[in-house]
Ligand binder design. Structure first.
Ligand SMILES: Nc1ncnc2c1ncn2[C@@H]1O[C@H](COP(=O)(O)OP(=O)(O)OP(=O)(O)O)[C@@H](O)[C@H]1O
Ligand SMILES: [Mg+2]
Length: 208
């Protein structure tokens, strides 16, 4: 792949979306062509899958169905959008990616064991790995308060999970940070400007 693939991970309201926009500007200043996208969704079909995942349905979404919907969305997104952009030499920033599947579906929901999930994830992303994973670590209480304060967005089915669930997600992300390659932690309990400074430091060090 010619382009760099950078993903942002973190819990609800940890600041991934504001960080993604900042990162796009930063890379563009370095003269790079950047495509910013997000999961779940990112293509017409994947966005339809996103709606099923995030919206309240009259019937409970089975945990195993939820896992496969995330994976289906990723397969669509990789084939239709991310891989073609990387091949064209563009840098791709993806707001949430496979780290979220592992933190939420493996560590918090315990739908299936990590090894099984990793195998399926590798398959749907055609073995294409992110070059850098920026993990925005925030106390879930802080993140959820930010989410609630953001009146432009309605809370989703997943935001509304209990605090204990969000704590398990955070602990899952921290386990991934220790065990996986290319993960960098950003302390996002700090102000937006302090978060931006941490991102600048990592990018200046890792991307030329
Ligand atoms: N470091 C910060 N300090 C204070 N407010 C912040 C910080 N980072 C983000 N915010 C604000 O918190 C809200 C949530 O941020 P953002 O949408 O970037 O989070 P997110 O991680 O993308 O959330 P979600 O998981 O729901 O997509 C926004 O209103 C944003 O402006
Ligand atoms: Mg977001």
């Amino acid at each position: 792949m010619k382009g760099k693939f950078i993903t942002l991970e973190g819990g609800e309201g940890s600041g991934k979306s504001v960080a993604a926009k900042h990162l796009k500007k930063l890379l563009e200043k370095k003269g790079k062509k950047v495509m910013l996208t997000h999961e779940p969704g990112g293509t017409v079909v994947a966005d339809k899958i996103r709606k099923i995942i995030l919206h309240e349905n009259r019937e409970k979404l089975a945990d195993r169905a939820e896992l496969f919907l995330f994976l289906a969305s990723r397969a669509q997104h990789m084939e239709q959008k991310i891989i073609p952009a990387l091949k064209r030499g563009e840098n791709v920033i993806c707001d949430r990616f496979n780290g979220s599947t592992f933190a939420y579906q493996a560590f918090a929901r315990k739908v299936a064991d990590l090894a099984f999930m990793k195998k399926m994830d590798k398959f749907v992303r055609w073995d294409v790995d992110p070059d850098l994973i920026l993990y925005l670590d925030a106390d879930p209480k802080i993140g959820l308060a930010r989410r609630k304060g953001d009146k432009s967005k309605k809370l989703t089915r997943i935001d509304k999970e209990k605090l204990d669930f969000h704590k398990k997600v955070r602990s899952g992300f921290n386990k991934l940070l220790k065990s996986e390659k290319n993960w960098v932690k950003i302390n996002s309990n700090k102000s937006i400007n302090e978060v931006y400074n941490q991102i600048d430091e990592v990018i200046n060090r890792k991307v030329r």
